[in-house]
Write a protein that binds this ligand. Structure first.
Ligand code: BEZ
Length: 406
């Protein structure tokens, strides 16, 4: 088998890290004219966490994008692609400095990335006021497909309504009728509380308590585990990702809770980025997500093989999101024939449809986020490796675009 690795030199050339701080006053309209790049290399700003609890997410999204563009010879619509990355940590103030540098100094055509909903909230007005297109490849905050929607922010990932909405119904029907929710205390956690509560209650369940843990760092998980054990609920629903998911799932197991109360969650809690470190502590955790490593379709099979050859590690859902983001960029620029005038880019996004490793993918113009399938999953050993085995394909889901369903 041909194994392709990223040569250090070409990777360095391909990725230019935008560090440090740069502050310049921005004038709406003036910036738009500066960013329009009709010919020559096309610069794309990539705002991701490369440090902190979501660092692995940032790395996977980057590698997924690199993989897709690499297969195109790093050229889209006849124009060489240059990704300029910047570390946002999980800090809206740092992200503000980095976006200004990317847009106002590096003059990127548009921006992608952003993992934390808190960071997206902090940048929303910058994108809107300065008419900068952001193709968000993770942060799922519901508000940005609803009350805080702007034509300049589109999600290529998901909204935070999706996984808990699907799990609320599925858990009430398959796991139990009383639940405790545990989430980190920030916007994405709150979205999970609202969405899970809405569909779980509608399916006949009752949420008896909500636990909010410090974000980004939970600290000692012991008091939170003791609190969960004391509730007597029939199940726990949790939203955690990155290293916080490792901390939570391991503590849940170490405190013996896995034997007492079934753990369910948004799929990030036991995704491929954290499963190897969680080990047997994750076994039996049920989750809902729009992808699984074992999802059986030709695009996923090819993607997993290519990603492993490119990075020498297994793919995870964040790599899929990076890969799909690059695909959306490719489709968008083909439609504009490489022109990056922001109005043209936005018009080109409406209805982009393709077969993704996650299954059918369609960009929905109402919610400015994808329509895709949701899957109910269970962590089980597959050929000696823990994977999220698919229990059920729950079918296509699209954000309602308002708060009517949680
Ligand atoms: C969010 O902040 O929206 C988020 C972060 C990690 C995984 C999923 C969602």
């Amino acid at each position: 088998m041909h194994e392709k690795r990223i040569p250090a030199l070409s990777r360095r050339q391909f990725l230019q890290v935008a560090g440090g701080t740069a502050v310049a006053l921005s004038l709406p309209g003036v910036l738009t004219a500066c960013r329009r790049q009709e010919a020559g290399p096309l610069k794309i700003g990539v705002l991701l966490p490369y440090s902190g609890i979501y660092a692995v997410l940032g790395e996977s999204i980057t590698q997924g994008m690199q993989l897709y563009f690499d297969a195109l010879g790093n050229e889209v619509a006849g124009r060489p692609i240059e990704l300029i990355t910047a570390d946002t940590e999980i800090n809206p103030d740092v992200a503000q400095q980095k976006v200004r540098r990317l847009v106002e100094q590096d003059e990127v055509a548009f921006v992608t990335g952003i993992v934390s909903s808190g960071v997206l909230a902090g940048l929303r007005d910058y994108f809107h006021d300065n008419q900068v297109l952001c193709l968000c490849s993770n942060a799922g905050s519901n508000a940005h497909s609803r009350a805080a929607k702007t034509p300049y922010i589109w999600r290529t990932s998901f909204t935070n309504w999706m996984a808990p909405h699907a799990m609320g119904t599925w858990a009430a029907e398959n796991v139990g009728r009383t639940a405790v929710i545990s989430v980190p205390d920030y916007a994405a956690g709150e979205n999970n509380v609202t969405s899970f509560t809405h569909s779980f209650t509608a399916a006949g369940g009752e949420v008896v308590a909500v636990q909010r843990t410090p974000f980004p760092n939970m600290g000692d998980p012991a008091p939170f585990m003791a609190e969960l054990a004391a509730t007597g609920a029939e199940l726990i629903y949790a939203f955690y990702s990155g290293s916080a998911a490792v901390t939570f799932v391991k503590a849940y197991h170490d405190f013996g809770l896995g034997q007492q109360i079934p753990l369910t969650g948004a799929g990030f809690i036991v995704e491929e980025d954290v499963l190897p470190e969680q080990g047997e502590a994750a076994q039996g955790v049920k989750s809902t997500l729009f992808w699984s490593y074992v999802l059986d379709n030709p695009q996923n099979a090819q993607f997993k093989t290519d990603f492993h050859a490119f990075t020498n590690r297994d793919a995870d859902v964040f790599a899929v999101q990076g890969y799909d983001t690059a695909r959306v960029i490719d489709e968008m620029l083909q439609r504009t024939e490489g022109d990056t005038a922001v109005d043209q880019l936005i018009a080109a996004l409406d209805g982009i449809t393709f077969d993704s490793p996650r299954g059918p993918f369609r960009l929905d113009a109402h919610s400015q986020a994808p329509e895709h399938n949701m899957y109910a999953r269970d962590v089980q050993p597959v050929d000696g490796t823990l994977r999220n085995v698919i229990l059920e394909n729950l079918g296509p889901i699209v954000d309602p675009g308002d708060d009517s369903m949680g």
